[in-house]
Design a protein around this ligand. Structure first.
Ligand code: MSP
Length: 473
């Protein structure tokens, strides 16, 4: 069976979605659409969702004055709403507070215990609620400050159940070295291998003092450590959908903040459970604002809603995904996005469609009988390299060239001179004609801008131009 199972991280619901989350989810959406389009016989499954247990969510719920569950329902709803507005077409949205996920996760912990991979011990050390992670003193800045969240870590001392992670150190290293789990871009693979060189300590899989979580079935004084059950979402979602046959994941997408969990703990857990390993992990960079990571905890965020209001869903999708090279960090500013919206979308693409249809109508040009455009814009290489920006550039080169061709050949003068055959050739040549280019563009951009793609084809069909993108003043 041909299949492609891809996932985004499940996002914490301590605060509303921002465009950092939208970035990963949009990338997954574009890849899923590309797979569906190019492999129509394969089963493609695109999973996203929300991560709803743990300290920081309980704290956020308390602050809001709501019960934990009511708070999670509300924020998870906002994520779903945001994805809907961005036309993200996932196959399943998992919530870790769903009964099915909770049952699945507790069954897995029982299995790990039965297999002898869990031991009871105690944890003494630092914990960052922002990362929901145990921290080594040497990872922290002066005053025990988390370098990512700029907040003080709590010193905790509690009983916990531990997973024997260290037993899997060599195996995991070997799998990553041999690209059995391929980690991309390559420098991220090196980073993980460097981290593995320091050796692995066992990792807590339960917390004693965190009530907002899934109880350990055999020790009700403990709840499952949120990261462990979060990783299990990739399996529980398949079980819930009766799609176990889609495992292993073909692609886990994420940013660099959570790579270690996915490239070390996750493979080790899967090895312990005797399950196959994910094939690929792609790690993209951070959106930053004035050089600082955009984060809910820091509070310097742009919401997907703002972008959709400003540009409409399609343009927001396209602009976010092509703003920086996928894999690198990049500073985001609305001024820069406004400029690109005006120049690439309104002036370049919108104008090409508009003036082409206007001229065809004004000059009374007719497509030849049985006219079939033959141009295809191929972005396979760019997409297989996760280079959305290069894919966008490749498509937009065709648009720019078509506009230049119009400016150079001056169809309005050809018309005056009565050069009808030349005009028809200019617009309808199956390979190079402007209309052929527009149709090829519409077909190629559908994964980025699904509605715009349809609009272009509808306008071409009807011959009636309507502005695609209103210019921003
Ligand atoms: N709940 C965990 C993930 C569990 S997955 C089993 C979590 N949640 S999160 O809400 O913090 O989301 C982190 C992810 O959101 C990043 O890995 C990335 O995909 C996305 N991003 C969050 N902030 C981002 C930026 N500023 N820039 C780019 N992506 C960002 O970690």
């Amino acid at each position: 069976m041909k299949k492609f199972y891809l996932t985004t991280p499940i996002y914490y619901v301590n605060a509303k979605p921002h465009i950092g989350h939208a970035y990963t989810t949009l990338a997954a959406d574009v890849l899923a659409r590309y797979q569906k389009k190019t492999n129509p016989d394969a089963e493609i499954f695109f999973l996203t969702g929300t991560d709803e247990h743990g300290t920081k969510i309980a704290q956020a719920a308390q602050k809001s004055g709501q019960s934990e569950q009511a708070f999670c329902d509300s924020v998870s709803g906002e994520f779903q709403e945001a994805w809907k507005k961005l036309e993200i077409d996932y196959d399943y949205f998992i919530r870790t507070t769903s009964k099915a996920h909770k049952n699945f996760a507790s069954d897995i912990l029982v299995k790990l215990k039965e297999k002898g991979y869990l031991v009871e011990d105690s944890y003494k050390g630092y914990y960052c609620a922002g990362c929901e992670a145990f921290k080594n003193k040497r990872e922290l800045e002066k005053g025990n400050i988390c370098p990512d969240h700029k907040t003080k870590c709590e010193f905790i001392s509690e009983k916990a159940w531990f997973f024997k992670l260290s037993e899997f150190e060599n195996k995991v290293r070997d799998l990553i070295e041999r690209d059995e789990i391929q980690i991309l871009p390559i420098e991220r693979k090196h980073e993980v291998l460097g981290f593995l060189k320091q050796g692995l300590a066992n990792v807590a899989v339960s917390r004693q003092k965190v009530e907002w979580g899934i109880p350990l079935p055999w020790d009700k004084s403990q709840t499952i450590y949120v990261w462990i059950e979060a990783l299990l979402n990739y399996l529980s979602a398949l079980e819930i959908n009766h799609k176990e046959n889609l495992w292993p994941a073909d692609l886990h997408l994420m940013s660099k903040d959570i790579l270690r969990f996915h490239s070390v703990i996750w493979p080790a857990l899967l090895l312990a459970l005797e399950k196959e390993l994910p094939k690929k992990i792609f790690v993209h960079g951070y959106f930053t604002i004035n050089g600082q990571k955009m984060s809910k905890t820091i509070g310097n965020v742009i919401s997907p809603d703002e972008l959709v209001k400003q540009y409409g869903a399609d343009a927001a999708r396209y602009l976010i995904l092509t703003e920086v090279v996928f894999g690198a960090d990049g500073d985001i500013s609305l001024e820069k996005l406004d400029k690109r919206y005006n120049s690439e979308l309104a002036d370049n693409l919108g104008n090409l469609l508009n003036r082409t249809l206007a001229m065809i109508s004004k000059y009374n040009l007719e497509k030849p009988d049985n006219w079939r455009p033959e141009l295809e814009i191929e972005i396979k290489k760019e997409i297989s390299e996760f280079n959305f920006q290069a894919a966008g550039n490749h498509i937009f080169e065709f648009i720019a060239k078509a506009n230049q061709k119009i400016d150079k050949t001056k169809p309005w003068e050809m018309f005056k001179l009565g050069k009808k055959a030349e005009l028809e050739n200019l617009f309808f040549d199956p390979q190079e004609g402007i209309l052929s280019v527009l149709i090829a563009v519409a077909k190629a951009i559908d994964i980025f801008m699904p509605s715009t793609s349809k609009k272009i084809l509808v306008q071409i069909e009807s011959g009636k131009p309507k502005p695609l993108f209103e210019k921003i003043k």
